[in-house]
Design a binder for this molecule. Sequence first.
Ligand code: NAD
Length: 473
Amino acid sequence: MIIEGKRTKAASGKTYKVHNPATGEVVDLVPAGDSTDVDRAAQAAAKAFPTWSKVAPNKRAEILHSAAHHLLGKVEEIAPILTKEQGKTLLESRIEAQRFGENIAWFADLAGKVHGEYIALSDTTTYGLVLRRPIGVCGAIVPWNFPLTLAANKVAPAIAAGNTVVLKPASTTPLSTLACIEALIEGGLPEGVVNVVLGSATGDPIVAHPLIRKIALTGSTPTGKKVMARAAEGLKKITLELGGSDPCIVLDDADLEAAARAITVGRFFNCGQACLAVKRLYVQEGVYDALIEKLVMRASKLKPGNGLQKDSRMGPLHTETQRAEVEAQVKDAIDRGAKVLFGAGRPMGADYDKGWFIEPTILENVPDGARMWTEEVFGPALPVRKIKDLDEGIRLANASQFGLGSSIWTASISAAHRGVTELEAGYTWVNALQIAHDELPFGGTKQSGFGKEHGVEAFLQYTEDKSVVVGGL
Ligand code: NAD
């Protein structure tokens, strides 16, 4: 763990093993923290807060830029660590480690741009000000699918705004997070500003700790509900980035080549373990067959393999449980009559024996009510459905408990506009690859949560307003 700038063991002395999802090998032994360690980390963050929050904003920006620059110089060191603990390909790991540094740098630019308001009052012997203040110690709880991106989404705006952090990676992906935070500290981030606790027993104590004033969680919807209830006991501010089942609508006038490419990346990147991912595909009847052909051709090129090997295009699923869950969802669809267009099995051969590999999978004729339509599919399996028109597409797209992302492919500006205004989601991409941009606020609606990461909005959510009346003029 990292507490007050130093690597530290768990107070209990307990440890646990981190395994490689491609080989089953033990990658490392790490401390299994508990509430005592969370308390140490929260105390360290509270101790660092008065100094960090008072660093001049331009100086804070300078420190963060220098820390981010140092981290960016270590991307090639960090990427294999992420691949070994998470399973994703080296290319995916490089992108993620790079994004960590870029995210810190993006929010560093905002550190010096905090502003409030002057407000004239009816009593003209006074005037009002609205100050924007950092909140204090913030808790950041992160899942295993994008350990670095999702940590940076919380840490970067929090510390740029002058807060300090207790960060908890998922218990199966602690190593690359430690490497990134250590790189920031080597690059000049003062000790105690970001503290890292490890182990599955540290989540609830973070949410419950009295010194921690805000909780940002990325995780599943059931975890989000538990965290919200627990945070309510301490009346904490919360941001919840939860599950999704993003619909994608492709109309007859779409650029099919571009759509096929974006859908393939959108569904199979990170072996399908992404919150923002094309998880339900609705295709208008005129281009249905042509699009399916392109998707199957692209899926056939996604060679599963150990992420460290150069020719691997898709790593394994992260855990045995995760693979069993995706396989059960696919089986449920097939049992109800779905037709397999591609995959639906495990790749065969000695290279695959010890890892949680699965084939990229595309299914059609998946009946209403099948788990692939109603639940989040957190793996590389895509159900496709033929639609008559946009009305049907939007109706089916919105018939979901989730509302994270969504996309539409069409050459018609009026159809695109209907997608933008009628799709129930926190994000809609029109003729564009489903990726989150630093500049745009990202977050869900419905059971996908609330609050924003990315953009100026995320930065503001790590501040709170304070009103001031200045009298005696
Ligand atoms: P998870 O909910 O099981 O765990 C997420 C994190 O919360 C882990 O660090 C875990 O240890 C911690 N946690 C679990 N129970 C807790 C509790 N009661 N109190 C405090 N912390 C607790 O999720 P996962 O399986 O690691 O990740 C996959 C899920 O994350 C998927 O549903 C996916 O859609 C979602 N996700 C959402 C986004 C988004 O931005 N909306 C991004 C990525 C992943």
